[in-house]
Write a protein that binds this ligand. Sequence first.
Ligand SMILES: [Zn+2]
Length: 423
Amino acid sequence: MPLPTPYRPRGTRPQHAASAIRETSASVLPLPLPNLAPLAGTLSRGWHLALSRGWHLTLFGVLWLGLIAVVPRHAQGDEPAAEVKPKPALRIRFKKSADRELEIIGQPLVTAQDGGQMILTDEGQLLVVQPETVIARETLAEDFTPIDEEEMCRRLLAELPSGFQIHRTKSFIIAHNALPAYVRWVGTLFDSTHRGFHQYFKKQSWPLEPSRFPLVALVFADRASFDEYARRELGKASETVIGYYNLETNRIITFYVPDAERNVATLVHEATHQLAYNTGLQTRFADNPMWVSEGLAMFFESPHFANPSGWQGAGRVNRVNLLRFRNYQPRRPADSLATLLSDDLRFRSPSTAADAYAEAWALTYFLMRTQKREFIKFLKVLSRGKPLVERDRRERLELFETAFETDLPTLDRKFQAYMNTVN
Ligand SMILES: [Zn+2]
């Protein structure tokens, strides 16, 4: 797994950023937007990856983080993603890469001072368009409207190689070249996850929004056809993953994996990420601490083989992660909670990621079981985050301590005591 290029930890943003913002209008970022073109050999974007070794790794995008770290708080996006108001749609033709032109219909979410824009497309993708790559741009007479499912199916079939088919479920569009029986099973699992996810939050008096955009998953028949697609987005790292949710394209991408336990876990995990970012629970490219995003996905993912779909709702003990947490406990340093909460560094290094994931699951499980009301309130605060606006380490810790009305050492004692009772 290639390591992300160095990134500046939170809390070390240069002082000049603070003064730059005073001269900047609230809807304009004082910095150029990052170019999302893949970096050779480096994972540089917002993917949630399920590694074939069996544990999940989220790589949120080094370039984005580099930008976020120096974007002052009130340099916010034009609109929070969940509250986008109707605006005239734009048609933009631009060079996505050296050999690829794209035409999109969308509306700007964030504008940088140099004219670079993060565009929300009518398919629900979030693309960065740099001014120098624009070939043609026009404002359309009609307001921006997400496309419907029929149009999404049409576009998917036009985009994918011949041999791909569409399987529609109640809530998902699956484009695939895999065995129909397998795809039907995947569709059922996705729909169960969708139902379970909405029901879970409805029970906490937080009815989530229906997705504005069709929810798309690509299911490939085998590793080879998956790699062919995923290599464009992940580079060589595609060979080490079995599925991912791409924050930029808003799609789940996976393929047939014979290991049933890991397959169910991966499918539910990635579907949970997609649902969280499409129902108002989380905002793409906002400050989503990884322990929260991954903790939630793992909270939902636990496979259950007594159920024909292989899954039975959220919140069962995640055996794989409990075992990993047990393995971590004897080595767990006193500041473990602080490092988990304050930044995402532990998730980004292969040497510490497995422990960080296990601890994120354990903490989410503990909070959901013992302080659900406070945890839901905490998630609601995070859900109002705006794209490309990030909290520093201190702000993340303060937000956490305020939400749970405690200090970290006290909470950590309770957390340890509780986890020792879980089996
Ligand atoms: Zn994940």
